[in-house]
Design a protein around this ligand. Structure first.
Ligand SMILES: Nc1ncnc2c1ncn2[C@@H]1O[C@H](COP(=O)(O)OP(=O)(O)O)[C@@H](O)[C@H]1O
Ligand SMILES: O=C(O)C1=C[C@@H](OP(=O)(O)O)[C@@H](O)[C@H](O)C1
Ligand SMILES: [Mg+2]
Length: 177
């Protein structure tokens, strides 16, 4: 089985759906944020505050390349696609799935205090700045292989749609090995 990479903005459900999907497929889940935390022995929040976002992006890019290339579900962080080379790498190695969610729905999910506290960008930027980030990143997310709109779906339903869509997915012939 090709590795499945989940991408999309913070709060679209990559971590929750990825955990369910990996169970359904009987393969391990790899959350890139968790891999970075393990690599550095600090939380994402601590890394942002102590070392800065650029350092976090370097660890994130490294973690994506250290994960297995087969039989796995990989949940990226929302900013993993900022670096074009990360998106190219994932598209080349596996199937990239975009969990598409409208900004008002994301905002509602992210404003729960426990969700907000986990995400340094939400603690340091205003709503308009986060919306601008969302608009800016959309172009990158839209280059993925498969899209699933999560607005009206439960995480189980998102998982089900992914399973249906990957059955008929044909990888492009210009992949590089
Ligand atoms: N389809 C969904 N419907 C309702 N709530 C969701 C859905 N997907 C995720 N959530 C909730 O949104 C929050 C963020 O989910 P998470 O999986 O951490 O997203 P991500 O990893 O993409 O940032 C969690 O509280 C989660 O339960
Ligand atoms: O969008 C981003 O830049 C980030 C998203 C987070 O992951 P989730 O998308 O899982 O929240 C995490 O990687 C970090 O806080 C930065
Ligand atoms: Mg996550």
């Amino acid at each position: 089985m090709n590795t499945i990479y989940l991408v999309g903005f913070m709060g679209c459900g990559k971590t929750s759906v990825g955990n369910q999907l990996s169970k359904r497929l009987g393969v391990p889940p790899y959350d890139v944020d968790s891999a970075v935390e393990k690599l550095r022995g600090q939380t994402i929040k601590e890394i942002f505050y102590r070392e800065g976002e650029e350092a976090f992006r370097n660890y994130e890019s490294l973690a994506i390349r250290q994960l297995p290339l087969e039989h796995a579900v990989v949940m990226t962080g929302g900013g993993a696609v900022i670096r074009e080379e990360n998106l190219c790498y994932m598209k080349n190695k596996g199937i990239v799935i975009y969990l598409k969610t409208s900004f008002p729905v994301l905002w509602k999910r992210l404003m729960k205090e426990e969700e907000r506290q986990k995400r340094p960008l939400l603690l340091t930027r205003k709503k308009e700045e986060i919306q601008a980030l969302y608009d800016e990143r959309r172009k990158q997310y839209e280059q993925c292989d498969i899209e699933v709109n999560t607005d009206e779906l439960t995480t189980e339903e998102v998982c089900h749609q992914i399973l249906q869509k990957i059955i008929s997915f044909k990888p492009s012939t210009n992949r590089q090995n």
